[in-house]
Ligand binder design. Structure first.
Ligand code: GA4
Length: 326
């Protein structure tokens, strides 16, 4: 077992360097019940790699139940929470993100999803049941969205993406993040305004489905150095294109760079489902998406190879660079 010490002041002070941001109300909104949504969806993935899903059909009760279980866990004494850690790679983590020195103003629980459910024993049975109920709803929704994407791209079979999440061996992950408010006396000395909760990065998987409480913090970047603040919406889901989907569409869909600022007086709680393929899966552009002589922008790799290299990277790294053809 590797025991990591708490990050030092120097590391935490690096969490402060945030450039000015733009408040943005133009996030694409997808209502899956509307007939034109598949085209809007494709456009959103091309332009932003990010959109909001409304009218999603996931019962608020299932969402609230998980949120309250998560809050009860995060309000336990640190020594209790640490019994569920360290996260190598699954379990409870505090400030330290990943294995390579990244830190954030965040505590979290990371789970692997085996065949539909979470079996990790480090949480209570009620908590596990709330997680499994929520995950089954969110996974179904993610698959519907992926099928609409295939329709919008006019490729078949329509489960070409969703089958990867449905596969018994799908390597999907679930994350609960808690960004405590920045109000304590000692904390103010470390951060003036914008404290980095979770540093900038792209998600390695195919698709990520995020839900948060009504506390702001999430920002996306559209490739320039500006950050766009995403207004929170606790009744909707936000979806990210991940690196693997960018590759499968040969760069047509953009894996969106995002981060979270913990500059609020209120705590932020988010729950994210990361839909990934089976480890053996070859990740490469889909033939029906290649026009004429179009060539793959990427060298071929398996999800196992990509994931292994991701765990050797720093959070902010461009992980696809290694796999890009020059
Ligand atoms: C980013 C997306 C998911 O949160 C995650 C993260 C993972 C971790 O927290 O253990 C990683 C990060 C994420 C990519 C690079 C490596 C691995 C932290 C890190 C520095 C669970 C994932 O799958 O990749």
């Amino acid at each position: 077992m590797v025991v990591l010490s708490n990050p030092g002041i120097e590391q935490l002070s690096s969490l402060r360097n945030c450039k000015p941001t733009t408040l943005f109300s133009g996030i694409p909104i997808i209502d899956p019940s509307k007939s034109d949504s598949k085209h809007l969806l494709v456009k959103a993935c091309e332009d932003f790699g990010f959109f909001k899903v409304v009218n999603h059909g996931i019962p608020m009760e299932s969402i609230s139940r998980l949120e309250s279980e998560a809050l009860s866990f995060f309000s336990l004494p640190l020594s209790e929470k640490q019994k569920a850690g360290p996260p190598n790679p699954f379990g409870y983590g505090n400030k330290i993100i990943g294995p390579n020195g990244d830190v954030g103003w965040v505590e979290y629980l990371l789970f692997t999803i085996n065949q539909e459910s979470i079996s990790q024993r480090f949480i209570s049975e009620d908590f596990r049941s709330a997680l499994n109920d929520y995950i089954s709803g969110v996974k179904k929704m993610a698959c519907e969205i992926l099928e609409m994407m295939a329709d919008g791209l006019r490729i078949q079979p329509r489960n070409v993406f969703s089958k990867l999440l449905m596969d018994e061996q799908s390597d999907s992950v679930f994350r609960l993040n808690h960004y405590p408010p920045c109000t304590g006396p000692g904390i103010h000395t470390l951060n003036s305004n914008n404290m980095i909760g979770f540093g900038e990065h792209t998600d390695p998987q195919i698709i990520s489905v995020l839900r948060s409480n009504n506390t702001s913090g999430l920002q996306i970047s559209l490739g320039d150095s500006k950050w766009i603040s995403v207004p929170p919406d606790q009744n909707s889901f936000f979806i990210n294109v991940g690196d693997s989907l960018q590759v499968m569409t040969n760069g047509r869909f953009k894996s969106v760079r995002h981060r979270v600022l913990a500059n609020s007086m209120k705590s932020r709680v988010s729950m994210i489902y990361f839909g990934g393929p089976p480890l053996r899966e070859k990740i490469a552009p889909l033939a029906p998406l290649m026009k004429g002589e179009e060539e793959s922008l990427y060298k071929e790799f398996t999800w196992f190879e990509y994931k292994t290299s991701a765990y050797n990277s720093r959070l902010a790294d461009n992980r696809l660079l290694l796999f890009q053809k020059i």
